[in-house]
Unconditional design. Structure first.
Length: 133
């Protein structure tokens, strides 16, 4: 039996009108279905990014523009042309072969802080139409 893999999610709580970070365990045998359920969509896509030299993947709704989602993340936030991601997000690692892998404790710490900092950058970007940096 394969072990479940640990991921970090950023989910919109519509009732409380806030973003929540959650640790979730997903079954590697039904990874795509699990991601679709958490993110709340059919078509998912991923982008890679690095924190302190470590590679991570962020998974998101590939059709977020059609779903009129709420902006939740700013990718490439330190570049001239950042990408805005919307809706629920899922963060994971990738193995050497490119398959999705779970997060270790230090990954969770790094990602959690990064998501918090990113939210500050996102708010600034939305208010000012330009980067914080």
């Amino acid at each position: 039996i394969m072990q479940k893999i640990r991921v970090l999610t950023l989910e919109i709580n519509h009732e409380k009108n806030l973003l929540e970070k959650k640790l979730r365990w997903i079954d590697p045998d039904i990874i795509l279905e699990s991601m679709q359920k958490i993110i709340g969509c059919r078509a998912i896509n991923a982008r890679s990014f690095a924190i302190k030299g470590r590679q991570y993947d962020v998974w998101f709704d590939d059709e977020f523009l059609a779903h009129a989602s709420i902006p939740t993340f700013l990718l490439d936030e330190k570049t001239q042309y950042p990408s805005l991601l919307m809706g629920n997000l899922l963060f994971a690692c990738a193995n050497d072969d490119g398959s999705t892998a779970g997060l270790q404790q230090d990954d969770i710490f790094l990602l959690s802080r990064y998501v918090d900092d990113n939210f500050t950058a996102l708010r600034y970007y939305l208010q000012n139409g330009k980067n914080l940096w």
